[in-house]
Design a binder for this molecule. Structure first.
Ligand code: GLU
Length: 324
């Protein structure tokens, strides 16, 4: 199985930003064992800003530049720690730092996909984070839950696991509603489920439940199962991989829903709205397709197809666009 594990700052670091050695050592041990059992593993790790704050012994910065500077310090600490701990189990780590723009440019995305594929073939463990020191606010991925989902989507992973400081999705916020119960399985991220998201985030991390539900939409829309579970118990990953009922599992959509579009008049831009994540494939019959746009759950418009003026011909073409 190809598994993407996203680990949050609140699990890796203590509230002041110092490394949580107990959690991190236990996690790397289990991850190494999962890899030894034959699974492919990609880690999406937060913690750069948090660990940088801890190492610099500053209070949690509010301004962008100090946060970015702290991330530059903390990213070294993070990779040093992973390198050291994975090496104890004879595994090799590789660092990849990405920004939104890397998912926006087909050739950069293609390079990212190829590099990840080769690293996995070579037996390395890719450790991915956002390139915080250079990403600007408007182009920032914002949270690593979304980054984890995009990585799972573009590496065609079988499973995305978000390890957090919460056991999963509850029927209400368990901090304020002690009677709330854990939801074990979500077949579809409906507006009712989204309402359970709220927006809270804890301590040094950035992603709250609503960020996790956005990630669930991206992952399940791409056919990837996603599980939210508590990273304080590293062994939980064994149960998740065995398909046991721990945390909350969001079931990946596997029946491909195809949308057919017939465009009678030529030169008409076609727009496919895939924010629901339900459309996996679009078949278009058209004369002179000028432009095809999608609005998808990555939250961005993207042009899938833009036919140069000179190449537009007056005959029917049919083509199929796969939207993963
Ligand atoms: N990239 C951020 C960091 O390493 C974390 C983002 C997040 O917490 O989701 O500090």
């Amino acid at each position: 199985m190809r598994i993407v594990v996203k680990i949050g700052t609140s699990t890796l670091a203590h509230p002041g930003g110092r490394l949580n050695i107990r959690h991190t050592e236990a996690l790397v041990k289990v991850w190494s064992d999962i890899k030894n059992a034959g699974h492919e593993l990609i880690i999406v790790s937060s913690g750069a800003t948090g660990l940088g704050v801890g190492k610099l012994q500053i209070s949690r910065p509010k301004d962008m530049v100090t946060k970015q500077a702290a991330a530059a310090v903390g990213q070294c600490e993070l990779m040093y720690t992973y390198d050291k701990l994975f090496a104890e189990y004879s595994h090799t780590v590789a660092q990849l730092l990405v920004t939104w723009e890397d998912f926006d440019h087909p050739h950069r995305l293609n390079n990212l996909q190829n590099t990840l594929e080769r690293l996995i073939q070579l037996g390395a463990v890719p450790v991915i984070n956002e390139n915080d020191p250079i990403s600007t606010e408007e182009y920032s991925l914002g949270d690593n839950d979304r980054l984890g989902a995009l990585i799972a989507k573009y590496t065609h992973a079988d499973l995305l696991v978000l390890l957090s400081d919460i056991d999963g999705l509850y029927t209400a916020d368990p901090h304020t509603h002690p009677e709330a119960t854990l939801i074990h399985r979500v077949e579809s991220v409906t507006p009712e489920i989204e309402q359970l998201g709220g927006g809270s985030s804890s301590g040094l991390g950035t992603g709250g439940m609503s960020a996790k539900l956005t990630a669930a939409k991206i992952a399940t829309g791409a056919g990837v199962d996603m599980v939210i579970a508590n990273g304080a118990n590293a062994n939980v990953l064994y149960d998740i991989v065995d398909g046991k009922d721990v945390g909350t599992r969001f079931v990946g959509k596997n029946n491909k829903i195809i949308q057919e579009v017939v465009c009678i008049k030529g030169n008409t831009p076609i727009e496919v709205d895939n924010r629901s994540g339900d459309i996996n494939s679009v078949i278009i019959y058209s004369k002179n397709i000028l432009k095809l746009n999608t609005i998808d759950d990555d939250g961005r418009d993207s042009t899938l197809f833009d036919m140069p003026e000179a190449e537009r011909k007056d005959y029917y073409i049919q083509f199929k666009v796969l939207i993963f």
